[in-house]
Design a protein around this ligand. Sequence first.
Ligand SMILES: C[S@@+](CC[C@H](N)C(=O)[O-])C[C@H]1O[C@@H](n2cnc3c(N)ncnc32)[C@H](O)[C@@H]1O
Length: 222
Amino acid sequence: MINKGHIYTKFLLVVLVIALLLPTELMSQGSDKKNNLDAKATTFLKKRQGTWRDLNVPASDGKILYDLIIKNKYRKALEIGTSTGHSTIYIAWALSKTGGKVITIEIDKERYRQALANFKEAGLSDYIDARLADAHTLVKELQGPFDFIFCDADKEWYKNYFIDIYPKLEAGGCYTAHNVSLRGWGMGEGTKEFYDYIKGLPYMKTTVDESGGGISISYKQP
Ligand SMILES: C[S@@+](CC[C@H](N)C(=O)[O-])C[C@H]1O[C@@H](n2cnc3c(N)ncnc32)[C@H](O)[C@@H]1O
């Protein structure tokens, strides 16, 4: 005689063991993926150290962007001025940890192509929506909202970019811009115009990190 009660208990035990083990297995798969991603991005950045020649940010500025995103758990990023993607890689790497994605815009076809190849090699393509476009028009068209923005394209348009994006920047979000420096030779005309404008806005709290190429960091007040 088959003891149905006994079989049922055994079945329940098996289900229970699977239910207990499955989340651990899935979690370890998730952390394996993250470790692989870290290893790939680190290897890529190490290999390319000292080879960035297309107006790219220094690695220390990339790290500033990375830290800002991680610290504030930003997820909806926009970059204006991809070039070959050095800063994008730091932004996307941080977003791979917060669960976000970046839209990045570049007008030059050759740089855009090179950037795509770099994103692939760094293992970060899934976190990047790269657009070949004129940011003067695309920035107006993008719907947003964004919680993190890095502006590093044509300096004479810096103020216009900010004015176009401001309504799409969430409260508590951060607007950063490159080559804003209060030291040495100071800023170019367009950058200065932008800095004076944003610094004067009561609803944007602005500081400048001078440790690399100069980055203005402005938080939209809630
Ligand atoms: C300083 S570089 C960006 C460097 C990049 N952030 C990096 O760290 O690798 C500026 C880039 O902005 C691009 N650019 C200039 N005007 C633009 C526009 N109107 N729309 C889109 N990209 C533009 C240039 O072609 C150039 O590649």
